[in-house]
Design a protein around this ligand. Structure first.
Ligand code: 5GP
Ligand code: ZN
Length: 114
């Protein structure tokens, strides 16, 4: 989608610290990290929100989770722990309308989230 920030990152039109890329998924460092380790994992195909995902997106959504887990583990957080979350809609604070998982680690993460 031409006016989507994360689509532009996938297309290389906006710079980002890319940490992973394959034919379906891109991951990059969050520009405003909320933890020492904070990366975003997104589908290259534009999907505005989890609300818009369909049964045929199940494998893609699973892949996002696998990539997020792998990146956190490879960064050294397999034992200490990490969190993978997705915000959907205004009450959850979704600010970018392109599906993304946050992978967070490197500090004790409060629960329940704010
Ligand atoms: P949301 O609030 O939608 O769950 O998460 C959006 C995330 O995108 C935020 O954590 C924010 O810091 C991050 N973000 C917003 N703009 C940019 C950007 O231009 N580059 C990168 N790398 N991250 C961004
Ligand atoms: Zn997009």
């Amino acid at each position: 989608m031409s006016d989507c920030l994360f689509c532009k990152i996938c297309e290389g039109k906006i710079p980002a610290a890319i940490t992973y890329r394959d034919e379906e998924v891109v991951a990059f460092k969050d520009i405003g990290p909320k933890a020492p380790f904070h990366q975003l994992v997104i589908p290259i195909r534009h999907i505005a929100s989890l609300v818009e995902t369909k049964p045929e997106d199940a494998a893609l959504l699973g892949k996002l989770m696998l990539v997020a887990s792998k990146l956190a583990a490879e960064a050294g957080f397999a034992a200490s722990g990490f969190r993978v979350v997705a915000n959907a809609g205004p009450d959850a604070g979704q600010s970018v309308p392109h599906v993304h998982l946050h992978a967070l680690a490197g500090r004790s993460l409060g629960w329940p989230p704010g």
